[in-house]
Design a protein around this ligand. Structure first.
Ligand code: NDP
Length: 515
């Protein structure tokens, strides 16, 4: 099989009339599919369940996007059995063959790209470009991890000693559980699943409930790609009801999780307890952030304001990488704040099925209430200088919100809000800015705008985050280009989309043969 060099997918340009009208048509046809029921996929069969998850459109919560099977312990057991049975042959399937399935999924996703984009617009409120970026990232992950699996399958030659042949090869772990978040419902769900499967493992995928219809659409594509029965199992269900069971289960060999700190830490704790299994469960955790951009007096303030607004309010601030703190040095603080407010006022908010709306709704009623609670907290911790209100009373729309004069240790500067709320913090100088930057329990993304070479060096040396950006936005890491993962309470620094990632789904076997 000839495999071309990996290349990132370009995101569609919806300003092109052809792309725009195709998207409008697809949105219409997808809407006609609302209200359908989707099954679980276990051991190569579509399985119905008694209970269902009802997934809504956050722009208009009375619309049910679809009903998805809600698995119980008995379906989970079926899936574990199917996954372990499939593992026996999948682990010995050549890496090139495993990769070819992934490449097929990538092709199918590309064909159904507008459709997947449309489901995301409706089910999680993404704008068109954000939605397409999500699909492009999923396709990248499939293409990248397929190639990585082939690379890892070669193992490596360690140093040799006389009279022996020494080798290191990588073998998969077994059957594991993949638990993605709702906010990159195609990209992260696909990427974690693809990495596990490419490495020779088999998977139980439990999508986030909020985005379970999109999960079902991706499951249809994995099914169409024709993996052997049991390699890929789609086991939707409520995290709070089914999550612990999957994590604690002695049949779970590994857990790949992306989501909140609270759930991640719980998984870490539960998975650590032996429960009759003979392995230590491998746990891969990617969690939240309290990401910041520092701006100094030498920076291009227009570029900084642009980067801040896109990083803070893209996808309504619901990205782990979103900028939720700006730390500006005193001398340019007021000027920068004015520019950021000015740009933020121009943001169009509304139903993202209309192209002109750049910001859509937040994901759920619960998320909206949580964000509004933080806005109330913010009123006592800073000065509300923009937004702060819900828009209308139908969808879950919240204005882009900015608080100024926030202290670095305030709650809205320390806790992940996961919404369109930005805290502006004043630093007396660059030294203090660095201290504030590093002064949270998280360490995911962050960046700085500065033209000074000495400052750029300090940013590279002293900013303690897994993904650092200089003079650009701090969101939108590309697979294969900016491996992604954070320090401290942001996770296990798994570096998704990088050369180290597949190693997390493998174990190394050292073989010495006397000759
Ligand atoms: P949650 O932690 O609420 O949920 C994540 C997943 O965990 C969902 O599938 C959820 O299922 C499931 N879950 C919930 N409870 C349990 C449990 N007890 N055991 C096992 N699984 C459980 O996060 P969100 O989906 O709201 O995603 C947002 C969070 O994800 C933010 O904190 C964000 O920063 C983080 N994130 C991190 C990224 C990174 O790379 N570091 C990337 C993207 C997001 P259900 O939906 O059914 O409750």
């Amino acid at each position: 099989m000839k495999i071309e060099k990996f290349k990132n997918m370009e995101v569609l340009d919806f300003k092109s009339p052809a792309n725009k009208s195709r998207m409008e048509e697809t949105l219409k046809s997808v809407k006609k599919e609302f209200g359908k029921t989707y099954k679980a996929f276990i051991g190569g069969k579509w399985i119905d369940t008694k209970d269902k998850i009802a997934s809504i459109n956050p722009s208009n919560p009375s619309e049910i996007v679809g009903y998805v099977a809600s698995c119980t312990q008995s379906e989970a057991e079926m899936a574990f059995d199917a996954a372990w049975k499939a593992f026996e042959s999948w682990k010995n399937t050549r890496a090139t063959e495993r990769a070819s399935y992934l490449f097929k999924v990538a092709k199918l996703m590309e064909e159904r790209r507008y459709e997947l984009d449309s489901w995301m617009v409706y089910e999680v409120g993404k704008n068109w470009t954000e939605a397409d970026g999500d699909v492009a990232e999923a396709i990248d992950a499939l293409n990248y991890y397929g190639r990585e699996a082939i690379r890892y399958s070669k193992g490596y030659k360690p140093y040799q000693v006389p009279g022996e042949k020494n080798d290191v090869k990588y073998i998969p772990l077994g059957a594991g559980v993949v638990i993605p978040p709702w906010n990159f419902p195609v990209a992260i769900l696909t990427a974690m699943t693809a990495a596990a499967i490419a490495s020779g493992n088999t998977v139980l995928l439990k999508p986030a409930s909020i985005s379970s219809v999109i999960g079902a659409k991706v499951a249809e594509i994995f099914c169409e790609a024709g993996f052997p029965d049991g390699v890929f199992n789609f086991v939707p269900g409520s995290g709070s009801k089914l999550g612990d069971y999957l994590v604690e289960n002695p049949k779970t060999r590994f857990i790949a999780f992306t989501g909140s700190k609270e759930v991640g830490l719980r998984i870490n704790e539960l998975a650590a307890k032996p429960n009759g299994q003979k392995w230590i469960k491998r746990v891969i955790l990617e969690m939240g952030g309290k990401d910041a951009i520092v701006v100094d007096e030498s920076a291009d303030l227009d570029a900084a304001a642009e980067g801040i607004v896109v990083s803070a309010f893209g996808n309504q601030g619901q990205k782990c990488s979103a900028c939720s703190r700006v730390i500006a040095v005193d001398s340019i603080y007021d000027k920068l704040l004015a520019k950021v407010i000015d740009r933020s006022k121009k943001i169009k908010i509304g139903d993202p099925s209309k192209f002109e709306n750049w910001m859509g709704p937040v994901s759920s009623d619960e998320a909206m209430k949580k964000i509004m609670r933080y806005i109330e907290i913010g009123k006592n911790e800073g000065k509300l200088v923009l937004g702060g209100k819900r828009i209308g009373d139908t969808g879950f729309f919240i204005e882009p919100t900015i608080f100024s004069e926030v202290k670095g240790n305030a709650r809205i500067a320390q806790e992940e809000i996961f919404g369109p709320v930005l805290a502006f913090i004043r630093a007396k100088d660059f030294d203090e800015a660095v201290e504030i930057f590093n002064g949270t329990e998280y360490g995911l993304t962050g960046g700085a705008y500065t033209k000074r070479k000495d400052r750029i060096k300090r940013v590279k040396d002293e900013f303690y985050v897994g993904n650092l950006y200089i003079n650009r936005k701090i969101t939108g890491a590309l697979i294969g280009v900016q491996p992604f993962g954070g320090f401290n309470m942001s996770g296990t620094d798994s570096k998704a989309g990088g050369r180290d990632y597949l190693l997390l789904f493998l174990q190394a076997k050292s073989i010495a043969e006397r000759i």
